[in-house]
Design a protein around this ligand. Structure first.
Ligand SMILES: Cc1cc2nc3c(=O)[nH]c(=O)nc-3n(C[C@H](O)[C@H](O)[C@H](O)COP(=O)(O)O)c2cc1C
Length: 400
């Protein structure tokens, strides 16, 4: 992983010979390029959120309200971005978060993302709704390097199917289980409803189901023979609105790997998660895709961190776009952050290379933000590095 200055030099050197990064560095231009490449309904599926998208806006506004207060003359010549998460040392506090149905963004889908993460030694979290079976993605990623991979579970109605997926993920070397709690049913997504578009109904993002022996055993004909019936079965099993805290015990019985709950926002839920004996928490509102009018995820972070009080790692996602965002999340107590849309724009623009560029650029931006603010390692960051600002408005973006 190059330092921030090394990454800058690589890019400026390219400029000297008349070149320009093929994957735009400014995140808004990267998104714009992805938008030009993707079909309108695909772009909207990725970019959109629930209802009036107020939670999505709140995610960014929370970042604007926290401001970094840089410190001077602190010898920042040697810096180390590495952090330890669940016993694994990561070169930077960044993971690729779980994102389903990546085949709509790029034909290499999850394989490209997992390989990009492995190439820089960062973890990849595979979604239940991945476009390739979990075993295949694991094999492709392992060819690049052995970096941690985690499996994300959407906990549906059929316990045997859930148990089967947990066993498969352990066998394929996924070393932690991320259980997403905020999607027990799909949110009201106006853009997708407008297009009448849900990719799963087009047999996309169902590879882990179609390749599962329990799922296949529930069908009269195989998914290859009768895909419509397989989609219908998936639809009948996906949503499980009856789960409660008591059910966490079921997961413990069926997996030996650490369990991390994704989607915790309320400090009372953080306390319940600790009571349930989980190994980690991800503060997240699913990028504003589930509840409209919700709290900005960064605003929920300090309360959860206070409640957890160092007993398990707290990770964070929802709204991370730049190095400063990672800095702020770490300063408010997150051990590491997960990326969502920002890496999907890289995937759309240049597949595996695009995702790698996004990771390298974000790590470089974080490294320079740390150096310029007077910090040499992630452990040093705490809320004394930040102050609150009254304004929730971003400054106007410069025209490039
Ligand atoms: C297109 C798309 C698909 C997603 N699929 C999943 C998924 O399958 N499982 C999951 O836990 N989260 C999923 N998420 C949520 C992300 O893991 C993450 O919480 C969110 O993208 C963070 O917000 P941000 O993209 O604004 O940074 C998805 C997000 C997007 C944009």
């Amino acid at each position: 992983m190059p330092t921030g200055a090394e990454r800058e030099l690589q890019i400026y050197a390219l400029g000297l010979s008349g070149g320009k990064p093929s994957v735009p560095v400014p995140v808004h231009l990267l998104e714009q390029k992805a938008k030009e490449i993707l079909a309108p309904r695909t772009y909207d599926y990725v970019a959109g959120g629930a209802g009036g998208e107020d939670t999505m806006r709140a995610n960014r506004e929370s970042f604007y309200r926290w401001r970094i207060v840089p410190r001077m003359l602190r010898d920042v010549s040697k810096r180390d971005l590495s952090v330890v998460v669940l016993g694994a040392r990561l070169p930077a506090p960044i993971l690729l978060g779980p994102v389903g149905v990546q085949e709509i963004i790029h034909s290499d889908a999850d394989v490209a993302s997992a390989r990009a993460a492995a190439s820089v030694g960062l973890p990849f979290v595979l979604s239940t709704m991945s476009s390739r079976p979990m075993e295949e993605v694991a094999q492709w990623a392992a060819k690049v390097a052995e970096s941690p991979r985690w499996f994300q579970l959407y906990w549906g109605k059929n316990p045997e199917l859930t148990a089967s997926m947990l066993q498969r993920s352990e066998r394929a070397g996924y070393s932690a289980l991320v259980v997403t709690l905020d999607t027990n049913i799909l949110g009201w997504r106006e853009r997708d409803l407008h297009h009448g578009y849900l990719p799963f109904m087009l047999e996309q993002g169902l590879a882990n189901y179609f390749s599962d022996p329990v799922f296949r055993g529930l069908l009269a004909q195989s998914p290859e023979q009768n895909p419509a019936a397989a989609v219908q079965l998936w639809g009948s099993l996906f949503s499980n609105t009856s789960l409660t805290w008591k059910d966490i015990g079921f997961l413990r019985q069926h997996t030996r790997v650490p369990i991390i709950l994704k989607g915790i926002l309320h400090s009372n839920d953080a306390a319940l998660a600790l009571d349930a004996g989980v190994d980690g928490i991800i503060v997240s509102n699913h990028g504003g895709r589930q509840v409209d009018g919700g709290i900005g995820a960064l605003d929920a972070l300090p309360g959860v961190v206070r409640e957890v009080n160092g007993r398990v790692p707290v990770l964070f996602d929802s709204g991370i776009r730049h190095g400063a965002d990672v800095f702020k999340a770490l300063a408010l107590g997150a051990r590491a952050v997960l990326l969502g849309r920002v890496y999907l724009w890289g995937l759309a623009v240049a597949g595996e290379e695009g995702v790698r560029d996004v990771l390298l650029n974000l790590a470089a931006d974080l490294d320079l933000t740390m150096a310029l603010s007077g910090y040499t390692c992630c452990r040093e960051l705490d809320s004394s590095a930040l102050c609150r600002s009254d304004s929730a408005e971003p400054l106007r973006r410069p025209r490039l």
